[in-house]
Design a protein around this ligand. Structure first.
Ligand code: NDP
Length: 327
């Protein structure tokens, strides 16, 4: 089911305070939007820098535990990898019966890294949007799509509250799709772990064949994505659908795209996606990522280095320097 503004009633938040914990990408934008929607908001943050920023924005900005104690609804908007320790140390001891715990990503609940007590509502409103756009689209009155889910309904009102919160942050203006924490976690992780590697692999394949056939790397790279034509195509696709945007291309292009898509067999790609899904389902990705954090991100650093030294990224950087005078 998809919910819009008319399905949500902000008055269910009357007399309740929302504590936004974490004043980063999502935290700042969601806090500002809620306040502009007439919701009472306090901000909880660890360090002085972000707390100061919240104060400059006019919020009552408190240490995390104090904000959590003040909130009837607690937004946990710190990075997912630190959320369990923040939750255990500062949030859980300050949750009262009937409070609402709110997430913007299902990860920690899905992987059992955060186990809220039985007497609180546990809800999710996960914007399919970067934090800055959550604010600018709210200001423009357009909204942004989100996935909404209720994982625990202690009060019997969790869905109404989640809908009001989705409206408060400005999401129901665009449409909110109901799902589960598990579904949100899966589609998000599979975009990152299956779709992006496949897209990058497809681009590398095109790059390698073209360069091997004597086309200069800067021509290859600017055609690939640096010209932003691809970004524009994706934007048109979101607005008009895949077939709807095709007429913006030449008929040669339309024929080439549709006829050669017939030649491409995506079936073998499914094995890659299924393997990623298996690792998500059986918890092995989550365990691997936790272990990586224990090692202070050593593998992540190594992977960055490997990519930085690849022919593809070097060609991209050199082309950017030539095209835009950037390093
Ligand atoms: P950010 O990385 O922007 O969060 C930064 C905030 O977290 C700052 O306030 C920072 O404060 C605080 N923080 C960082 N480390 C700690 C710590 N160890 N203890 C206490 N506070 C800490 O997070 P995002 O906004 O990107 O993500 C928040 C949630 O939103 C996540 O669940 C994420 O999955 C979800 N989400 C994010 C999207 C995005 O576009 N980024 C999109 C959709 C959902 P300080 O450093 O001052 O302590």
């Amino acid at each position: 089911r998809v919910y819009y503004d008319e399905d949500a009633d902000l008055s269910v938040l009357d007399g309740r305070t929302v504590a936004v914990i974490g004043y980063g990408n999502q935290g700042r934008s969601q806090a500002l939007n809620l306040r502009d929607s007439g919701v009472e908001v306090v901000v909880g943050n660890r360090s002085d820098d972000y707390r100061e920023r919240a104060r400059e924005d006019g919020f009552d900005a408190l240490p995390i535990d104090e904000a959590a104690a003040e909130g009837d609804v607690v937004f946990l908007l710190v990075p997912d990898e630190v959320a369990p320790e923040v939750y255990e140390g500062k949030i859980e001891p300050n949750l009262a019966s009937g409070d609402v715990l709110y997430f913007s990503h299902g990860y920690n609940v899905t992987f059992d890294r955060i186990r809220p007590p039985d007497d609180v509502d546990v809800v999710l409103v996960a914007p399919r949007m970067a934090g800055t756009s959550v604010r600018t689209l709210y200001e423009a009155g357009e909204g942004f799509p989100s996935i909404l889910a209720v994982n625990q309904d202690a009060t019997g009102e969790a869905t109404a509250t989640a809908l009001a919160l989705a409206k408060g942050i400005g999401s129901t203006a665009a449409g909110v799709v109901e799902g589960t924490f598990d579904m949100e976690t899966k589609v998000d992780l599979l975009s990152e772990q299956a779709l992006v590697p496949m897209l990058m692999g497809a681009m590398r394949a095109k790059f390698e064949v073209e360069v091997a056939n004597g086309i200069p790397p800067e021509i290859v790279m600017s055609e690939l994505y640096l010209s932003k034509e691809l970004a524009e195509i994706f934007e048109l696709m979101a607005e008009e659908g895949f077939l709807g945007q095709l007429p913006y291309h030449s008929t040669t292009s339309q024929y080439g795209q549709l006829s050669r898509a017939e030649e491409f067999d995506h079936e073998p790609l499914k094995a890659f996606v299924e393997e990623r899904l298996r690792e998500i389902d059986d918890g092995s990705f989550a365990r691997e990522w936790s272990a990586e954090r224990q090692r202070d991100g050593a593998t992540l650093d190594r992977l960055y280095e490997k990519h930085r030294e690849s022919e593809f990224v070097r060609a991209e950087q050199e082309t950017m320097a030539k095209l835009f005078g950037r390093d």
